[in-house]
Design a protein around this ligand. Structure first.
Ligand code: F6P
Length: 470
C-alpha cells in the first residue's frame, strides 16, 4: 500500500503549552497529545501565550522545543478580560456545563470574543500554507473558522469541542446563539466528545436552522455542508502506563503507602472548578463516613484541586466553599491520629500523579458535567493489573459513554456516592481485575492516537472548500 505523506497540521487553541520534555512532565494530557501529533506531522501549534501586552501588535513568538514548533501571541488586558475571563469562562463555560444560573450575558464579553477571534485569524492566516490541515480546538475559538474563511482561507478546517454541547433549550438562553451555531458551518469537520453532545448539536441544527442531514453524518445549512462526528478523546495510554512505573511514580507510590500507614486511600484530582462536583463529592464522602463508623481511621480521601481561573468570581466562591466544607468535615470526624480529607490546592507533575493513582484503591471522578474527563482514564491506566483499584465515575462525564465498567453514579446524590464507596471498598479482587481489564480494553483501543487519526482522517477526506462567489 502506498503511504500518502501526512498533510502539515496547524493546531490552534486558546492556550499553547510549550513542550518541556518528550513525555510531558508537568503538562496536561491534551498538550502531550497535541504535541505528539505535531511531532509526527510537522506543522505548528498556534495560540495565546498566556501573557499580557500593553498594545496588541500581532507579533508572533516562534519556538521550537522537542520537535514541536509553537507560535504564540500576547493579548491586551481588555482582551483577556472580555474574551478569556469574560465570554469564554463567564458565559460559554457555565452555559455549556448546564449552569445557566452562573452564566453572564454581557455585550462587552461578546464583543471581546469576536475581536480576539479576529485577532487570532489575522495573525495565524499568513502562517497557513495551501495544503495544510487546520484544526481548531474548543469553546474559546468557535467563530475562528468563519473568520479564517472571511480572510480567504480555503483549507480544510476542523473544529473539536472538548466540553459538552448543551441541549437546545439551554443554548437558547445565549443571546447570540444563532450566529454562534451558524459560524460552525464554516468548518469542514466538527467533532464532539460524545454521542450525547453530537445529538444535541444535531437537534439544534434540526429545530432552529432547519438543516438537512446525510447518512455519513453530514449536516447542510444554507448551502454549507459539514460532517459532525462523535470522536471521544483518549489518553496516551502506552506513555501513561510507562510513566506509572517510572522511577518518579514508584517513588511517590512508596511514599504514599508509608504516609497512608495502612489506611485505604481514595483519590480525586480535578481543576478547582464548579463543574467538577467537588462540593457534592465531599458531601457524599461525609455521608459515607456518617453511615460507616467502622471505616473511621481506615480510609482517607486525598483531593488534589489546583486553583483555576482565579479572576472569575464563581471560581473564587467555589474555592471558599470547599475550604469551609473540607474544614467542617475534618473538624467533625478527625481525631488526633487521622484526618479524613487531605485537601491539596497544588498542581502535580503527571508522573507524580500516576504514582498517586496507583496507590489509591478508589478513583473518585464525579463531575456534575464534563466533556470527557481524562483523569478517569489516567486513573485506570496507572493501576497495577494484579491488584487494580476501582473507578467511581459520574454518569455525567463524557467518559461514562465508554467506561461502562466503572461504578457509575449520580454525583448529585450523596447516598449514591456513599454506597459506591462502600461497594468499591468491599469489591473482591477477581471483580476488580475483571472490571479493570474491560476498562483498559477501551482505554487501549481508543487512545489519543486513535482519536487524532480518526479526526484528521475525517478532515483529510473533506472536499477542499469552494472559492467564494465572484
Ligand atoms: O478542556 C477544557 C479546557 O478549557 C481546556 O481548553 C483548557 O486547556 C483546560 O480546560 C484548562 O483551562 P484553562 O486553560 O482555562 O486553565
Amino acid at each position: 500500500m502506498e503511504l500518502r505523506p501526512m498533510s502539515r497540521l496547524v493546531i490552534i487553541s486558546n492556550r499553547v503549552s510549550v513542550p518541556t520534555s518528550d513525555v510531558g512532565g508537568a503538562q496536561g494530557g491534551l498538550s502531550v497529545a497535541l504535541a505528539a501529533a505535531l511531532r509526527e506531522s510537522t506543522g505548528i501549534w498556534f495560540g495565546w501565550s498566556g501573557e499580557e501586552t500593553a498594545h496588541f501588535s500581532g507579533h508572533i513568538n516562534f519556538q521550537r522545543n522537542f520537535g514541536v514548533t509553537t507560535a504564540t501571541i500576547d493579548l491586551e488586558a481588555q482582551d483577556i478580560d472580555e474574551y478569556y475571563n469574560g465570554y469564554a469562562n463567564r458565559t460559554l463555560w457555565p452555559l455549556f456545563h448546564y449552569r445557566v444560573d452562573l452564566a453572564e450575558f454581557e455585550r462587552g464579553f461578546a464583543g471581546g470574543y469576536e475581536r480576539v477571534n479576529a485577532r487570532f485569524a489575522d495573525t495565524v492566516a499568513p502562517l497557513i500554507e495551501a495544503e495544510d490541515l487546520v484544526w481548531v480546538h474548543d469553546y474559546h475559538l468557535i467563530p475562528l473558522g468563519q473568520k479564517l474563511r472571511e480572510r480567504g482561507c480555503r483549507n480544510r478546517i476542523g473544529f473539536f469541542l472538548h466540553i459538552p454541547w448543551p441541549p437546545t433549550p439551554l443554548l437558547l438562553s445565549l443571546p447570540s446563539h444563532r450566529e454562534l451555531v451558524q459560524s460552525v458551518f464554516a468548518y469542514d469537520v466538527v467533532g464532539f466528545q460524545t454521542l450525547d453532545s453530537l445529538e444535541a448539536f444535531r437537534d439544534y441544527a434540526r429545530v432552529q436552522l432547519d438543516a438537512e442531514f446525510g447518512e455519513d453524518g453530514s449536516v447542510t445549512h444554507e448551502g454549507r455542508t459539514i460532517r459532525a462526528i462523535a470522536c471521544p478523546i483518549g489518553i496516551d495510554t502506552a506513555e501513561f502506563r510507562a510513566s506509572a512505573t517510572s522511577e518518579v511514580a514508584l517513588g511517590v507510590f512508596e511514599r504514599m503507602r508509608l504516609s497512608a500507614n495502612g489506611r485505604t486511600m481514595i483519590i480525586g484530582v480535578d481543576r478547582l472548578d464548579y463543574s467538577k462536583g467537588l462540593e457534592e463529592r465531599f458531601l457524599g464522602y461525609e455521608r459515607f463516613l456518617g453511615s460507616h463508623p467502622d471505616q473511621h481511621g481506615a480510609v482517607f480521601l486525598l483531593q488534589i484541586a489546583p486553583p483555576s481561573r482565579a479572576d472569575v468570581q464563581s471560581y473564587q466562591e467555589i474555592r471558599a466553599h470547599l475550604d469551609a466544607l473540607s474544614g467542617r468535615i475534618n473538624g467533625e470526624f478527625a481525631d488526633a491520629e487521622w484526618v479524613p480529607i487531605r485537601y491539596v490546592n497544588k498542581g502535580h507533575r503527571r508522573d507524580q500523579l500516576a504514582g498517586m493513582y496507583r496507590a489509591a484503591r478508589i478513583g473518585l471522578v464525579t463531575p456534575l458535567r464534563d466533556g470527557m474527563n481524562l483523569v478517569a482514564k489516567e486513573y485506570v491506566a496507572a493501576q497495577d493489573p494484579a491488584d487494580p483499584g476501582v473507578l467511581i465515575l459520574s454518569r455525567f462525564a463524557g467518559a461514562a459513554e465508554q467506561l461502562v465498567d466503572a461504578l457509575l453514579i449520580n454525583p448529585h446524590s450523596p447516598e449514591d456516592m456513599a454506597d459506591a464507596i462502600a461497594t468499591a471498598l468491599a469489591m473482591p479482587l477477581a471483580e476488580r481485575i475483571a472490571r479493570w481489564r474491560r476498562l483498559m480494553d477501551n482505554i487501549e483501543a481508543e487512545d489519543v492516537i486513535w482519536w487524532r487519526r480518526r479526526f484528521t482522517e475525517a478532515l483529510e477526506a473533506a472536499r477542499p472548500h469552494p472559492l467564494p462567489p465572484g
